[in-house]
Every structure is written in structure tokens, then in C-alpha cells.
Design a protein around this ligand. Structure first.
Ligand SMILES: C=CC1=C(C)c2cc3[nH]c(cc4nc(cc5[nH]c(cc1n2)c(C)c5CCC(=O)O)C(CCC(=O)O)=C4C)c(C)c3C=C
Ligand SMILES: [Fe+2]
Ligand SMILES: [Fe+2]
Length: 341
């Protein structure tokens, strides 16, 4: 056995071929405590996600978290599970199908597209092995997180590095790090909010709620917080919103440390108490609807707002496979497609 993996066949006779790898975070195989335990163990063992010293974290993770959280999370996943499976995976596959169709119309079979998850299945390692077997000479990696964060995009790149470092021939690899300020992504978000307002009226406050992160990561140089702010600024500019038409918040806290603020749940209660009766909430950090939107934003936060005196609460869906969103993804991908002979 040799130290590095290679494909000896037809190596002198390959044609130009680009592979596009779309990725998202991952999801359990089923909404059961056992599947959740496996999924959370892989996810929460990643040092990009939890930076507590390994030995201490091992005892907390295995002694407390993996004994309690899987059962609780399984119930939540069960409430959003569909016949086709986890919404995040189903929507990711729909996004992939649309991207693949548009690229194949334009580039024929010189471009292949696949989707993979950072944790669980379908795995990044498998997708890359398939690309290698097809003899691709150019790989574009696009994690579907609009705002770069170490625990998401950074960790995805780790998984890609870990696989390709075993290859004898590493082709061109383009890591697309962040598209938080890309014109078509902003346009797609603004169009989706405008459509919502046309149907439901302008809310007292538009809440732009991003997935949170420990505050310490920001202090240590993670750009996520700033990228979220830039997305918000560009979207509200595109909408022509004034300062008190909207508020920006962070959701989905995990663990005891301080996370990025203001927190979505606390803010919604404050808004209701201050007399805002009607809110619309959107989460620009999620390119696909998932547990954190379909459960936390649709149900949990609605209850918080209504119980604090609010009256109308609307969740604006993630961009999912919206045509403008897919056009935005293509705008990121296409400059890196290598067509020269
Ligand atoms: C959109 C960007 C995301 C950032 C930044 C992020 C950071 C982050 N998340 C956790 C802990 C959990 N996240 C969970 C689910 C989850 N998170 C994101 C996105 C970001 N996370 C997605 C797309 C999902 C998937 C939801 C799905 O439908 O499967 C979970 C698991 C669910 C649960 O048990 O609540 C945890 C846990 C940390 C610690 C973190 C930053 C350090
Ligand atoms: Fe998360
Ligand atoms: Fe959550």
C-alpha cells in the first residue's frame, strides 16, 4: 500500500472537469436519541466548535451532555421531520439539483455537482473520493453558510484538507469562504422580505436573527459577527429601512458561556413589552431551513413574543431553493470553473 492515494488509469489522458461541492452542517440520520447521540458526539467533539481543553471537555461531553441532550433534541427533530427526512438534508439536495441543472445546461458534463454534510451523511470524504475517481482537475468547495465562521465554514475546510492531504495528485481547489455581501444574495434576501411585506403588511419591527457563537470567538479574531452586521446593513439599505424599522439579534445559544448579543429570545420579549405588536423574523445565516429555524424561530420564539404581549409573529423562510438564491450561488461558483483546454 502506498502512502498517498492516486488513480493510475488514464492519468495522461484526462479531460478538463470541475467538481462543485456544496456543503452544510449535517443532521442526524433519524429523529431518535441514538442517532442524535452519534451526531452530537461527532459535532461537539470538533475543536472548531468547542474550544474547551480536550480532557475537560471529554468529561463534560460524555458525562453530562451526551446523556441529556440527545433525548431532548430527538423530540425537537421529530417535530420537524418530513417523509423524505431531515429538512436540512432534503433542502440541500433540492439546492444541489437546481445548481447541477443550471450548470449542466451551460457546461455539459465538464462540471459535476455534489452535496455533503460536515457531520454525518452524506460525508465530505465520500464526495471527494467520487470526484477523484472521476478524474476532476478542479474542485470548488462552497459551504452554504453565507457568513464565514470558524465553527462552520472553517471546520468544513478542515474536513476537505484532511481528505485531500491523503491524495497523491491534489488538483486546483477553490475554497469559497464567505458570501455575506454578495450582490445577488443580498438581492434575494431583500426580495423575500419585500414579498412577505406585500402579503402580510410592514411589521413594527423586522428581526434579523443570526445563529449565535461564543463571544470569545469574536474577541479571538473570528469575523462572523462583522460579516453578519454587513449583511444586515446591506439588506436594510436595499429595503430602504430606517434605524427603528429593524433589529439584529443572535439565536440558538449552547452552553454556559456568553454568546454574541443581543439574544433573539430576550429581544422579542422586550419588543413585545415595549409595545411592538407585529414582528417578522428572518434568519439570513441559514441558507436552508433546519431545526434552528423550523422549531426555534417558528415555535419557541413565537411563544416568547406572544406570551410577552405581542400579537402578530411571522417567520420568513430561509432562501432554500429560491431561484434568486440559486442564481447567487452560481454567481459565486462560475468564476472558478476552469474551461480552458
Ligand atoms: C449558520 C451558522 C451556524 C453557526 C455559526 C453555528 C455555530 C454553533 N452551533 C453550535 C451548536 C449547535 N448547532 C446545532 C445545529 C445547527 N447549527 C447550524 C448552523 C450554525 N451553527 C445548523 C445549520 C444546524 C443544523 C440544524 C439541523 O436541522 O440539523 C446543534 C444541534 C441541534 C441541537 O441539538 O440543538 C447544536 C448543538 C455551536 C456550539 C456553535 C458555535 C460554536
Ligand atoms: Fe449551530
Ligand atoms: Fe436550537
Amino acid at each position: 500500500m502506498s502512502r498517498y492515494e492516486g488513480q493510475s488509469k488514464e492519468i495522461h489522458n484526462f479531460s478538463k472537469k470541475t467538481a462543485v461541492l456544496l456543503t452544510n452542517l449535517g443532521t442526524p440520520d433519524s429523529p431518535t436519541a441514538g442517532a442524535l447521540r452519534r451526531y452530537l458526539r461527532e459535532f461537539l467533539s470538533d475543536p472548531r466548535v468547542v474550544e474547551i481543553p480536550r480532557l475537560i471537555w471529554w468529561f463534560i461531553l460524555h458525562g453530562i451532555i451526551l446523556r441529556v441532550r440527545p433525548k431532548k433534541s430527538a423530540k425537537l427533530y421529530e417535530s420537524i421531520w418530513t417523509e423524505q427526512g431531515s429538512p436540512l438534508l432534503v433542502i440541500s439536495q433540492q439546492q444541489k439539483a437546481k445548481v447541477a441543472k443550471l450548470l449542466s445546461e451551460k457546461y455539459g458534463d465538464t462540471v459535476v455537482v455534489d452535496v455533503a454534510m460536515r457531520y454525518g451523511k452524506p460525508s465530505i470524504s465520500n464526495a471527494l473520493a467520487n470526484f477523484q475517481a472521476q478524474g476532476v482537475d478542479n474542485i470548488i468547495v462552497l459551504p452554504l453558510y453565507p457568513q464565514y465562521a470558524g465553527p462552520t465554514t472553517g471546520s468544513t475546510f478542515d474536513a476537505v484538507f484532511n481528505k485531500i492531504k491523503t491524495w497523491r495528485w491534489i488538483p486546483s481547489v477553490h475554497f469559497l469562504s464567505s458570501y455575506h455581501d454578495q450582490a445577488l444574495y443580498i438581492k434575494a434576501l431583500a426580495a423575500s422580505i419585500k414579498r412577505h411585506i406585500e402579503n402580510h403588511g410592514k411589521p413594527d419591527k423586522l428581526v434579523l436573527s443570526y445563529h449565535g457563537m461564543p463571544k470569545r470567538f469574536l474577541e479571538q479574531g473570528d469575523p462572523y459577527y462583522c460579516f453578519c452586521h454587513k449583511t444586515t446593513r446591506l439588506v436594510v439599505e436595499a429595503l430602504g429601512f430606517a434605524e427603528d424599522d429593524y433589529v439584529m439579534t443572535f439565536q440558538s445559544r449552547f452552553g454556559k458561556a456568553e454568546w454574541l448579543k443581543p439574544y433573539t429570545d430576550e429581544t422579542l420579549a422586550e419588543l413585545a413589552k415595549a409595545g411592538d405588536k407585529h414582528v417578522a423574523i428572518i434568519s439570513p445565516a441559514f441558507s436552508a431551513d433546519c431545526l434552528e429555524t423550523l422549531e426555534e424561530l417558528v415555535h419557541e420564539n413565537r411563544d416568547i413574543f406572544i406570551n410577552a404581549g405581542g400579537e402578530k409573529y411571522h417567520y420568513i423562510a430561509a432562501l432554500n431553493d429560491d431561484d434568486l438564491h440559486i442564481a447567487a450561488l452560481l454567481e459565486s461558483i462560475e468564476p472558478h470553473i476552469n474551461q480552458s483546454e
